[in-house]
Design a protein around this ligand. Structure first.
Ligand code: XIL
Length: 353
């Protein structure tokens, strides 16, 4: 259970003396689980990184090491070494593990899987993959993102093209398997690990109402048909200009489904012009502080307690963020800086919690 001492707002700062303020630990400040996406290499090699996870997080998500492209590099082979290392670390330290992700059309699909065009073959491969991986981690993960990013940005329908936001050709799940494939993946995941909470994970719900409605519609359909689904992941890769109303709307609508709601990959970019080099101004840092505070507060206000799966940030420190690689620019979207020191953003997040 969560720590019972819940500190909020400015009271969260414990004055040690007139000069020094100590930042409270996220896990102590939050009434719901707070987690980081991490991989085992940094845990193994960087003391400060490991200590930050231990001190601040209730749980972890595997950034990459539990993706199909890592677990099954070759057809028929399964390599759990890295993922098992991460799980051992989590278990030894009482951290909840959220599995990410069983099925995703984009770069996480192994090259050999992307070559399959036959629907029966692909269905069997994915069913087999989910069975093997789900059983391997049974009892070790609390939850899974079963399918990631199935909906098209423009139409809000299930994707039937294979070009993703990486600009490359990917696994064309919707076209090969038919639009109802998502439901079947949830059934396979439930068979593999009946105790795991099953999430549908998606991005852009806060700025793309068509996609948000499509996800909500899918949940209603699953409920009607008895397809097991327990939660919605809102990735929330946002920036300092993302409208607050859109964030609130996405949280409200997602909560209305009655499912668990997970802000699953939070980061807040400041470099909206995607320039390189980029040095944030004082105003941008202030805006990032305010936006982190807003997201934490909105989550707390709008998601009913029993549905609060928690907030996960996609990484710990700016040094490890995926955003610069993705935008080919410089950016500093996380709570800790390049040297793993707390940023003003962390203060904002704690104030909002
Ligand atoms: C990203 C990782 O952070 C990168 O290291 C990797 O190269 C690509 O994937 N949405 C997701 C995550 O669901 O899995 C992605 O993670 C970020 C976007």
């Amino acid at each position: 259970m969560k720590n019972t001492i819940i500190l909020s707002g400015l009271a969260a700062f414990i004055q040690v003396n007139a000069q020094q303020t100590v930042m409270p630990k996220l896990k102590d400040a939050a009434a719901f689980p707070v987690a980081f996406a991490i991989d085992p290499v940094r845990v193994r090699t960087n003391d400060l990184f490991r200590r930050t996870v231990l001190e601040h997080a209730d749980g972890i998500t595997a950034t990459n090491c539990m993706k199909p492209s890592r677990i099954s590099r070759q057809k028929g082979t399964f390599d759990f070494a890295e993922a098992d290392e991460l799980i051992a670390f989590a278990q030894a330290n009482g951290k909840r593990v959220h599995g990410h992700t069983l099925v995703w059309y984009i770069d996480t699909a192994p090259a050999w899987m992307k070559q399959i065009r036959d629907s029966t073959q692909l269905e069997n491969v994915l069913n087999g993959y989910i069975r093997t991986v789900g059983s391997h981690f049974k009892g070790k993960v609390a939850s899974w993102d079963v399918v990631n990013e199935a909906f098209d940005n423009k139409t809000g329908a299930i994707r039937t093209d294979s070009i993703g936001h990486n600009g490359k050709t990917n696994l064309n799940l919707g076209r090969i398997l038919g639009k109802d494939y998502v439901a079947r993946m949830f059934q396979y995941a439930h068979q593999a690990d009946p105790g795991a909470l099953l999430f549908y994970n998606e991005y852009g719900q806060e700025t793309n109402p068509a996609k948000l409605d499509a996800v909500i519609g899918m949940v209603a359909d699953f409920k009607k048909r008895g397809i097991p689904i327990h939660g919605l992941g809102l990735q929330m890769h946002i920036n300092i200009d993302t409208p607050d109303a859109g964030i609130e709307h996405a949280l409200r609508k997602s909560s209305e489904t009655g499912l668990m709601v997970h802000i699953s990959e939070l980061d807040i970019s400041m470099n909206t012009a995607k320039t390189k080099p980029f040095k944030p101004t004082a105003e941008q840092l202030e805006a990032q502080y305010r936006k982190y505070r807003f997201v934490a507060d909105a989550y707390k206000r709008l998601v009913p307690k029993a549905q609060q799966f928690g907030i996960t940030t996609w990484g710990i420190a700016d040094a490890d963020s995926w955003i610069p690689g993705f935008c080919s620019c410089e950016d500093y979207p996380l709570l800790f800086d390049q040297g793993y020191q707390p940023k003003k953003a962390l203060t904002g997040f704690v104030e909002g919690l």
